[in-house]
Design a protein around this ligand. Structure first.
Ligand code: NAD
Length: 300
C-alpha cells in the first residue's frame, strides 16, 4: 500500500481521498479550510499541518484545487510541492485548470526532476463518492502508467490522452459540451411543463430519446425528478456556478487561442455570468433554469 499526499479536500477531493483510504492507502491530507480537513479525517485521512508535512515520504501527490492560480500556489514557491517533495514522488494534478498553467506545471516539474501528469476528472461529486470517475491523463508514457495504477480506486474509466496538457484539453472540451447540454436541458424542461407535460413523464421520454444527456440524467434542474439533482436541495452546490463559469471560460480562452468560434458556448458563459452578477455564484450551476422560468430572486 502506498503513502498518498492529498492537497485540496473539497467537494471532489474529499470523497476521492476517502476512496484512497478505503483502498488501504495511508492518505495525508492538507487543505486551507479546516472544515474540509475535519470531514476528510472522519473518512480516515490523516491531517497534515502543511504541504511539506503532507508530501514527506509520499509515493504520490494528488492535487484537487479550484483554479490555475491555486495549483501554481500549491506547486511553486518556498512552501510548495516542488520545494518539499522527493523527486521519486509522482505528481498528479486532477484539478481542472487552464492549459497555460498545466504546461507551466509540467515544465517546472520536469526541470526539477519530477514525473508529473495532468489528470482532470469527469463524473461530479456522485462519481467521486462512488469511485466511478473518468480520468483523462496527459504526460510522459511512464508517468501516465504509474498514475493509472494509483488512480484505480477512484475511477471507472482511465484514458491516456497523449502528451502534456492533453488531459486538460479533453476535460475543457467535455465541459463545454456539458454546460451547453445543461442549458439546453433547462430550456426543454421549462417549456415541457408549460406545454402541460408532467415533469416525470417528459423526463422518462427524453432520457430514452435524442434529448438525453448526462446533464438530464444527473442534474435535471426541476425538483423531484432526479434524486441527485441540486434542484431538490434549493440548488445547494454539487458544482458551483463559479466553477462552471471558470470551466466554460477555459474553453473560450482555448477557442480564442485556436481561432475557433464558440457561439453557443459564449452564450452559455453569459448565462452563468448573469447568475454570478445576481449573487448566485456559490449555488449549483443547474440554477441556470431560473433564467428560463423567471424565478430568480435578485440578491445583487
Ligand atoms: P472545492 O472548492 O470544493 O474544493 C477545492 C479545495 O481546495 C477547497 O477545500 C480549498 O480550501 C482548497 N484549496 C484552495 N487553495 C488551496 C491551497 N493553496 N492549499 C490547500 N488547499 C487549497 O472544489 P471542487 O468541487 O472539489 O473542485 C476541485 C476541482 O475539480 C476544480 O478544478 C473543479 O473544476 C474540478 N471538478 C469539480 C467537479 C464537481 O462536480 N465539483 C467535477 C469535476 C471536476
Amino acid at each position: 500500500m502506498a503513502v498518498v499526499a492529498w492537497i485540496g479536500l473539497g467537494n471532489m477531493g474529499g470523497p476521492m481521498s476517502a476512496n484512497m483510504v478505503a483502498a488501504g492507502h495511508e492518505v495525508r491530507g492538507f487543505d486551507l479550510n479546516p472544515d474540509a480537513v475535519a470531514t476528510a479525517v472522519t473518512a480516515g485521512v490523516t491531517a497534515a499541518l502543511s504541504i511539506a508535512d503532507a508530501v514527506a515520504g509520499a509515493d504520490v501527490v494528488f492535487t484537487m484545487l479550484p483554479r490555475g492560480e491555486h495549483a501554481r500556489a500549491v506547486y511553486f514557491g518556498n512552501e510548495g510541492v516542488l520545494a518539499h517533495a522527493d523527486t521519486t514522488t509522482l505528481l498528479v494534478d486532477s484539478s481542472t485548470i487552464d492549459i497555460d498553467t498545466a504546461q507551466a506545471l509540467h515544465d517546472a516539474a520536469a526541470a526539477a526532476g519530477f514525473r508529473f501528469v495532468d489528470a482532470p476528472v469527469s463524473g461530479g461529486m456522485s462519481g467521486a463518492t462512488a469511485g466511478t470517475l473518468t480520468f483523462m491523463i496527459g504526460g510522459e508514457a511512464d508517468a501516465v502508467t504509474t498514475a493509472t495504477a494509483y488512480i484505480q480506486p477512484m475511477a471507472a474509466n482511465i484514458i491516456p490522452t497523449g502528451g502534456a496538457t492533453t488531459g486538460q484539453a479533453a476535460k475543457i472540451c467535455n465541459n463545454l459540451m456539458l454546460f451547453i447540454n445543461l442549458a439546453a436541458t433547462a430550456e426543454g424542461a421549462v417549456l415541457a411543463e408549460r406545454l402541460g407535460l408532467d415533469k416525470r413523464v417528459f423526463w422518462n421520454i427524453a432520457s430514452v430519446s435524442s434529448g438525453d444527456s448526462w446533464a438530464l440524467r444527473t442534474w435535471y434542474p426541476v425538483k423531484d425528478v432526479v434524486e441527485t439533482a441540486a434542484a431538490n436541495r434549493d440548488f445547494a452546490p454539487t458544482f458551483t456556478t463559479a466553477l462552471a463559469s471558470k470551466d466554460i471560460g477555459l474553453a473560450i480562452a482555448a477557442a480564442r487561442a485556436t481561432n475557433t468560434p464558440l457561439e453557443i458556448g459564449e452564450h452559455v458563459a453569459g448565462l452563468f455570468q448573469r447568475l454570478i452578477d445576481e449573487g448566485e455564484g456559490g449555488k449549483d450551476c443547474s440554477m441556470i433554469v431560473k433564467l428560463v422560468d423567471g424565478t430568480l430572486q435578485s440578491h445583487a
